[in-house]
Design a protein around this ligand. Structure first.
Ligand code: 13P
Length: 247
């Protein structure tokens, strides 16, 4: 099973549902549809409307983040996994580099995952090195720390997906080389194997994936799907990503 996840970031108002209606129409007729899942993570404000609208459809709705405490608390502006699940989301991203840059620590991320899983959300845990790490050949050590300091053996790995998003590739049009992607994905899978032993989570790639660059990823079988930012805001681009991937 492959995953095509569209992360809308700070984008969308209620009428933006039209983008998803078009994607859903394509999906419902696509001969390849049993080979992949589509998940969209709109902002909090749209989760309920979108989840209700697509309840019996194939598009799944997720959140872009969740708070590191269970249920309810006195944290202004915070939204917990319990609240996210209660309005119909099935997934949540955790540890996106945007949120890490705003102060998410490993302990916060661990708690976010813990409470997300407890509240029946599947977790898409984002990891990845920045430009400087890459330049100084620290990619593997950064990734190892990001995984081992947060993930625990007792977490149910069946409800976890890993998204490898090198920060230097997000929104820049820069892609890793084939060799870099092969070796980093293999490394990530080897660490996951050490943590979970068996049934290791799928590993997705994110960073400048669009309807053109998807051709580069087509035959990299180690990658189990994609986390797509900018291109997920256009129904045409998102549909073309899937079409080109299976062409
Ligand atoms: P872009 O696809 O715009 O590079 O963003 C990737 C991303 O951050 C998805 O979470």
């Amino acid at each position: 099973m492959k995953y095509f996840i569209g992360n809308w970031k700070m984008f969308g108002v209620p009428k933006s549902i039209n983008i998803l209606n078009k994607i859903n129409l394509f999906y419902s007729k696509d001969a390849n549809r049993n080979k992949y899942k589509i998940i969209i993570t709109p902002p909090y404000t749209l989760i309920e409307t979108f989840s209700k609208h697509f309840k019996n459809k194939k598009i799944l709705i997720g959140s872009q983040n969740c708070y590191q405490k269970d249920k309810f608390s006195s944290n202004t502006g915070a939204v917990s996994s319990h609240m996210i699940r209660s309005v119909g989301a099935k997934y949540t991203l955790v540890g996106h580099s945007d949120n890490r840059a705003e102060g998410d620590t490993d302990l916060m991320l661990k708690n976010k995952i813990k409470f997300a899983l407890k509240n029946n959300l599947k977790v898409v845990f984002c990891i990845g090195e920045n430009k400087n790490d890459k330049k100084n050949k620290r990619t593997f050590s950064i990734i190892r720390k990001q995984l081992t300091k947060v993930l625990e053996k007792k977490f149910n790995q069946k409800n976890i997906i890993i998204a490898y998003e090198p920060i230097w590739s997000i929104g820049t049009g820069k892609l890793p080389t084939r060799a870099e992607l092969d070796s980093t994905t293999t490394y990530i899978k080897s660490i996951l194997k050490k943590i979970f032993r068996k049934n290791i989570p799928p590993v997705l790639y994110g960073g400048s994936v669009d309807d053109i660059s998807i051709n580069f990823f087509k035959d990299i079988r180690l990658i189990n799907g994609f986390l797509i930012g900018g291109a997920s805001k256009s129904s045409k681009k998102f549909i073309d990503i899937i079409k080109n991937y299976y062409r």
